[in-house]
Design a protein around this ligand. Sequence first.
Ligand SMILES: NC(=O)c1ccc[n+]([C@@H]2O[C@H](COP(=O)([O-])OP(=O)(O)OC[C@H]3O[C@@H](n4cnc5c(N)ncnc54)[C@H](OP(=O)(O)O)[C@@H]3O)[C@@H](O)[C@H]2O)c1
Length: 340
Amino acid sequence: MPNTLAPPTPRNSRCLVTGASGFISSHLAAALAAAGNEVACLVRPGSRRDILSALPVRLIEGDCLRRETLRAAVGGADLVFHLAGAISAPGREAFFAVNAGGTRNLVEACLEWNPSLRRLVHVSSISAAGPSPRGGSRSEADECRPVSDYGRSKLEAERAVRGAGSALPWVIVRPPNVLGPRQKELEGSIALLRLHVRPLVGRRASRTSIIGVWDLVRALQLVAADERAVGRTFFVTDGVPVSWRDITAAFARAAGRRGAYVPVPFPVQYAAAAVAELLARWRRRTPPFTREHVTAARAYDWVYDDRAIRSELGFRSEMDLDGVAARTVAARGQRVGAHG
Ligand SMILES: NC(=O)c1ccc[n+]([C@@H]2O[C@H](COP(=O)([O-])OP(=O)(O)OC[C@H]3O[C@@H](n4cnc5c(N)ncnc54)[C@H](OP(=O)(O)O)[C@@H]3O)[C@@H](O)[C@H]2O)c1
């Protein structure tokens, strides 16, 4: 018989969200607060706070690189959602310091200062698993074969979480490309579409799994509330792999910008990424995209089988690519509280 009950979601819980000034976390913090939870957001002293200022959340300063700064944040939480991380970094060392080292510190902080924690939800990535075989998909049971420093550092972070064993009620979620308002690369693409430039990046035939940020946020709430998720690792997608061209086309439709694609040859993409990395290093900032991103989009498929979270926990994605594109374009420029 189909399960017609609404999936569980945390309510009246004390939640800590790390990486709260970032794209996914800010949507998660908004959803958790809207569901009646008490939400604390971990921010660094230099983190942007404008997005969070519209939300009924408490800010706690801390840095995942310095374990002792996490004490106050993890100490009072029922549920910890760990999303702080580096998607883009100047090199291997920086990826491993933040993604692997930062996660290890958080796990140790939870073990030491919150023995009654109800759940640690760790947000990993499909990059930790590695690309999928051409024409096929990857499941959680497949051996991990990351192909980038980002992916290897996210896999190392997963090991740190699993290393806690049964001492911590952890769950790992591996999202694919997440789409929604405030995703940095998308913001750039939408701005180009508004100028009638419709860039075609990546390899024409490459396919990728995707998920809208609102569905991902529901999945994170689900695994936090469902006891059966403890000790498990889940892929979560919208169920429909697409090409990079499909993504661009959906956003062009949503922005009302039809017309021809401008193919961006691989050497141009690669050179642009190299320049972005150089500029970022010079300005001591994170590059918006890197040569690693460009190569990953061109060389591989990134398609994942998420039957486990669907069949075992009853997860249902609600929004397809067109829906996500329409809502993202409509939300551009609005405040977070309006649609978080
Ligand atoms: N976006 C995607 O498509 C995608 C897909 C799969 C998995 N993920 C994973 O999802 C998580 C969130 O991704 P996102 O796209 O939302 O990232 P994002 O927008 O780049 O945000 C990253 C957040 O991490 C924080 N952070 C970085 N280093 C930190 C440290 N040492 N201590 C505390 N906070 C730190 C940043 O704070 P500052 O503001 O201070 O820099 C920022 O708030 C990441 O773990 C990522 O690997 C993302």
